[in-house]
Structure formats: C-alpha cells, structure tokens
Design a binder for this molecule. Structure first.
Ligand code: SAM
Length: 244
C-alpha cells in the first residue's frame, strides 16, 4: 500500500519508523511518503493560512497551496483521499478494514480551523474523498489522527501482524466480534499477588474457553458500551448470550 501524508509537521510521523508499521515499511508492505505542505507556499514566510471569510476566530488553510501540493503528489493517479476532521464520519474498525483494501491513500492534515472547504469539493469530483473523525473531541491538528488511522489500517495489511488471527478476535472485528469488545486476557503465572487466572482458561477445553470468552466479551460490552450492545443483531445471539 502507498500512503502519502501532507502536513506542516512532518516530524510528527517519526513513530511510523518503529514497531509493526516500521517493519512493514522496511519490508515494502507499506510505502509511506510524508510531504511538507509549506514546500508549495510561494511567499518568503511560507504562509499556508489566512483569515476566515465571514469573520470569527482562528485561521483557515489556503486552497491554492493545498491544490498545488495535492496535484504534485498524485500526478495522474487517483488515491483515496482522507481528510481528518472532527466533523467527519467516524473512524471505525470497519472503515479501517475497508481502507486496508485500498492500494493508495492520501492523508491531508488540517491545522488551525481546518482546510478551505473548496479543496474537498475540488478533489471530490476526481477522487474518492472521505472526511473522517477519530472521536468526539478536538485535536490541535490532523497529524495524530493520521497516526491513529495509519496504525489501525497498517496492522490489517497482509503479513504485518505476527499472527493473522489476532485481528480476527479483536474488539469490533467484523464477524463474531462485530459490535463486541474483547474480554479480559491473562498470561503466566496462574496466580499473581493472590489473583487467580479463571480456571476455565487452564482447562484446555477449547469449546468451553470459546464460550467463556464470548460471555466475557458480551458482559464487558454491556457494561462499558451499552449502545454497542443494543446494536447487536438479535439473530446473532444464541440462548446463552441472551442470558447476559
Ligand atoms: N474548528 C474545527 C471544528 O470545530 O471542527 C476544529 C479544527 S482542529 C483545531 C484542527 C484540525 O485538527 C482539524 O482540521 C483536523 O485536521 C484535526 N482534528 C481535530 N480533531 C479531530 C478529530 N476528532 N478527528 C480527526 N481530526 C481532527
């Protein structure tokens, strides 16, 4: 997968050199290219923002500089363009799965009050453009949101996770974990500071362990995210599930 990121803070993306994503880049699974937006600004101050039409506080990122940057980065190509913004569609595991199937993504990191809306209109006629929010809070810029999305997408690419089945059992994973949070996990020793690992996990009985994991996932979802639990398709619940 090719991934282009346009930002005024390229240094934010240093963490993409480490861990799973760093390895995926070195292996060639992920080709990340970070671009400094100011390289496309023409004045001596490398200005990328201006005052908002209609008044109000803050500054808005200028369309001309974004237009030149995007045109040069994509050439004749057509990546899917992702614009992080708190007013976008929510970033979910399902969207991460969808984006992981794309060959090329372009992330446009906003700052200040965001990017002049005409940039999304302009590229929306040529590319698939999604404005995406990583949560109901406001960050100072799109860089952290892009790091979040890159990690969530990157770990789904073939060969990136040591064990491909890890992603199947994750919270929110499509399939049996859709709308469910993963339950608690344990490792050795069997007793730590008087706290015991649930006996069923030591039993070696795969069927009972799977049942216990599903029960715990349901309990945790009902307690922590009742709205997710309410959205579970009743058709997917068995008699045992319904008791929880
Ligand atoms: N005035 C904007 C609003 O209220 O929607 C917030 C602008 S915010 C200070 C600056 C930039 O941070 C945004 O353009 C966006 O790129 C990024 N950003 C902030 N919160 C975000 C979120 N929850 N998800 C994705 N991007 C976010």
């Amino acid at each position: 997968m090719r991934l282009d990121i346009i930002t005024i803070f390229p240094e934010y993306f240093a963490p993409l050199d480490v861990s799973l994503i760093g390895k995926a880049r070195r292996r060639g699974t992920l080709d990340v290219r970070v671009h400094q937006l100011r390289d496309w600004a023409h004045d001596v101050h490398k200005t990328v923002d201006d005052t908002p039409y209609g008044g109000g506080p803050g500054m808005v990122m200028k369309p001309e500089v974004w237009g030149e940057a995007i045109d040069d980065v994509i050439g004749d190509g057509a990546p899917r363009m992702i614009v992080p913004t708190p007013s976008g569609r929510p970033f979910t595991q399902e969207l991460a799965q969808e984006l992981a199937r794309e060959p090329w993504l372009l992330f446009a990191c906003g700052r200040y009050e965001g990017i002049d809306s005409r940039v999304m209109t302009e590229y929306g006629s040529r590319l698939r453009v999604d404005e995406v929010s990583i949560g109901d809070y406001v960050l100072a810029g799109g860089e952290v949101a892009v790091l979040v999305m890159t990690e969530a997408i990157g770990r789904l690419l073939p060969g990136v996770l040591g064990n491909a089945f890890s992603a199947v059992d994750d919270s929110f994973a499509p399939g049996s974990m859709r709308n469910l949070l993963e339950g608690p996990v344990y490792t050795k020793p069997p007793v730590w500071r008087g706290h015991e690992v649930p006996e069923i996990l030591l039993s070696g009985h795969h069927g009972k362990v799977a049942r216990w994991r599903r029960d715990e996932a349901l309990r945790r979802t009902v307690a922590a995210r009742p709205e997710l639990a309410a959205a579970i398709d009743p058709e997917t619940l068995d008699k045992h599930d319904r008791r929880i």
